[in-house]
Design a protein around this ligand. Structure first.
Ligand code: T5A
Length: 211
């Protein structure tokens, strides 16, 4: 039986990450893998959840700068990976993550090359060669994203960005997934049950090839 894998789900807002994480957890359980936990970024520790609230909040007359936003994401990430993810993987558990470092490249990195360079430095300084074993990218158009999130009663600071921003974020994601191995693109425009079927098929294939 395969041990301790770190699987991450990435995508723009409303792409279905949260539901996909729960789905992956159930698939693994059905496969006989019982020691599975799920986490989200930013968040999943008391401190990182506080940081999540801060990054989502709109401060009047005090615009959060992109460097600050990036550092807050990395503070939350470091806390989560060091205090939960790595210890659980060491125990042999599986961890399913709702977002990881691709989110920083896609959201903060889209602003400039120099931000991307800073991300690479932070990433190698704090995580070295530590990477997810598999990343699912849930691919949806920014139009679908907007349509899904508009159903919400209120939007957070990042969700208040316009469609251009989410188009750029999606393009950054596509560049990343095409550059890295162990990434699987899922057509998340489809109906939920079809998306979940595609994830299941691809996850089974990945597990079988790994064994
Ligand atoms: N961030 C995060 C950064 O900027 N940098 C970073 O480094 C990191 C880690 C985090 C925010 O922080 C930013 C990005 C984000 O702005 P979040 O809550 O993780 O916030 O991100 P969101 O994308 O906002 O999460 P959402 O809850 O919006 O989206 P999900 O989880 O992708 O989607 P989900 O599963 O909640 O579904 C959304 C809605 O769509 C429906 C669902 O039922 C739900 O109503 N839905 C579908 N409808 C039709 N067809 C389908 N196939 C559907 N799949 C889901």
């Amino acid at each position: 039986m395969m041990r301790n894998k770190f699987i991450v789900v990435e995508g723009i807002e409303g792409s279905g990450k949260t539901t996909a994480v729960m789905h992956i957890k159930n698939i693994l359980m059905d496969f006989g893998i019982r020691n599975v936990i799920s986490v989200r970024e930013p968040g999943s520790t008391a401190l990182a959840e506080e940081i999540r609230c801060l990054v989502k909040k709109k401060f009047n007359n005090d615009l959060i700068t992109i460097n600050t936003e990036l550092l807050l994401m990395y503070a939350a990430r470091t806390q989560l990976i060091e205090s939960i993810v790595k210890p659980r993987l060491k125990k042999g558990d599986w961890v399913i993550g709702d977002r990881h470092y691709f989110s920083s490249y896609a959201y903060q990195g889209t602003f400039s090359k120099s931000i991307k360079k800073k991300i690479s430095i932070l990433q190698s300084m704090f995580f070295g060669s530590f990477k997810p074993n598999l990343t699912f990218f849930l691919n949806i158009s920014p139009y679908t994203s907007m349509k899904r999130i508009k159903k919400r009663t209120s939007l957070d600071r990042i969700e208040m960005n316009n469609i251009d921003f989410f188009s750029k974020v999606r393009l950054e994601y596509l560049k990343l997934v095409n550059k890295h191995s162990n990434c699987i693109i899922i057509d998340a425009e489809k109906k939920k049950n079809e998306v979940h079927k595609e994830i299941k098929t691809k996850l089974y294939t990945w597990i079988k090839n790994y064994e």
